[in-house]
Design a protein around this ligand. Sequence first.
Ligand SMILES: Cc1cc2nc3c(=O)[nH]c(=O)nc-3n(C[C@H](O)[C@H](O)[C@H](O)COP(=O)(O)OP(=O)(O)OC[C@H]3O[C@@H](n4cnc5c(N)ncnc54)[C@H](O)[C@@H]3O)c2cc1C
Length: 429
Amino acid sequence: MGERVVVVGAGAVGAAAAIEAVRRGFDVALVEPGDPGGDQAASYGNAGWLSVQSVIPPSEPGVWKKIPGYLLDPLGPLAIRPFHLPGIAPWLVRYMASGWTRARIRAIAGMLRPLLAEAPALNKAAAEEAGVPDLVVADSGLAHVFRDRAAFAAETSWATRAAVGIRWDEVEGAAVADLLPEIDPAYRFAVLVREGGHCRDPGGFVAARVRHAERLGVRVIRARALDFAFSVDRLSGVVTDAGTIPADRAVVAAGIRSKPLADRLRLQVPIESERGYHVEIDGLSAGPGIPMMIQDRKVAITRMAKGLRVAGQVELAGVEAEADWRRAEVLKTHLLGVFPGLAPAIRDGAARMWLGHRPSTPDGRPVIGRSPHPDVLVAYGHGHIGLATGPRTGRIVADLLLGRAPEIPIEGFAPDRFRAYPTAGAGPT
Ligand SMILES: Cc1cc2nc3c(=O)[nH]c(=O)nc-3n(C[C@H](O)[C@H](O)[C@H](O)COP(=O)(O)OP(=O)(O)OC[C@H]3O[C@@H](n4cnc5c(N)ncnc54)[C@H](O)[C@@H]3O)c2cc1C
C-alpha cells in the first residue's frame, strides 16, 4: 500500500488531485462535507469556460480610480460593500499592485499561460474517463463580443494575450450575427478564440469525477477538515468533525474555505472571495451555440446542458454576508439586453439563481506547492480559472507528492510568495 494522502475538498481542484494521486499509487482519501459538485462549491455554478485566454489578472492599471464608483454603485460589475472595506484593504492594495503596470500584467500572463494552455483537451480527457464525455466540448471556441472594433482596440489586454501566444479570429459587422444568431445588432465586433472550450454542467462534471475517483480506489469521506495532527515533526492525520483520518501527506484544496486550514499551517496567503452570481433559465436551449463574453457588460453567457446560464459580477463582501440577489437580477437584465428576441422565454422561464465564491489571491495566481509543513501541500486560490485549470493542477500536485519536477514551471504559484506581507487574521497555531 502506498503512502496515505488525504485531499481536503472535492471541487474541481481536489477531485483532480485525488484522481492523479491514486493513479500514481498513493492510498487516497478525499474529505468533503457536502455533495461533491454541489452548490456549496464554486465549481458548481461557474460559467463553464475552459479559456486558454484567461491569462490576465483581474486588476488593471488605474483600477484604483474606479474604486469610489464601485463603492457607490452596488449593481456595477464590481462592487465592494462598504462595511467590508477595512477588512479587505490589505488584499485590495496587493490586488491593485499586481496590475499596476503593463509589465506586471505581462509577467503574470506568462506564468498563467502554461497552466491554462491545454485546459480544453485535459478537461475533455477527464470527462471521457469519468464516463461523461458529453459534458465537455473541447472545440466549441469562445467568443468575446464588443460593440465595435474601437472598443476591442481600447482593451490593451489583447496585446498581452498575443504576446504570450494566444491567437484569435476577428469577426466584424453582419458576420457577428452569423456567428451568434439573435444577438442585439448593436454588437458588431467579436473575437473568436478557437482554442477555447467549455463544460456544459460543471457541477455534474465534478460529481462524475469524484465517482470516477471512487472507482479508482479513492475513499470519499463526508466530513469537514478542521486541523492537522502531527507526531514529532511528521504529519500523522487530518482532524475532521468526524474524527482524525490517518495520513502521511495532505493536500488542502478547499477553495475559499482553505484559509482556516492554511492558518493552522502558518501559511500567509491573502485570499478573498470574489463573489459571483449566475442565473440559469431552466430548459432554455436557445441562445448562442458558442459561449460568449459580453465585454461591456462583463457577463458570460453559456448554453448549459440544462438551460441558458448567464454568469458574472464581482462582489467583495466576504464569505458569510447574505447574497444580494439584485446582482443576479442585473445579470438577467444583461441577458435580455443582449438577446432581446429571447425576452418571452427568459421572462417566463423558471430561473435558478446562485451565489458562489471565487477563491482569489490578489495577483490572480493560485497557490500550488508546499506549505510551511513539508508533508502538507496546498492547491487553492484559483480565482476565475479553477474549473479550467483543475486537471493540470491535479497533475502538478501528484508530481509534487512523488517528489518529481512538475510538467510546467510553478515558481509563479509558490505558496510562500506572500511571506513579506503580514496576513490579516493570521492563524492560531
Ligand atoms: C460566477 C463565477 C463564474 C466562474 N466562471 C469560471 C469559468 O468560466 N471558468 C473557470 O475556469 N472558472 C470559473 N470560475 C472560478 C471557478 O469556479 C473556481 O476557481 C473553482 O471552482 C475553484 O475550485 P476549487 O476546487 O478550488 O474550489 P470549490 O469548487 O469551491 O471546492 C472546494 C470544496 O471544498 C469543500 N470544503 C470546504 N471546506 C472544507 C473543509 N474544511 N474540509 C473539507 N472540504 C471542504 C467545499 O465544500 C467544496 O466542495 C467562476 C466562478 C464564479 C463564482
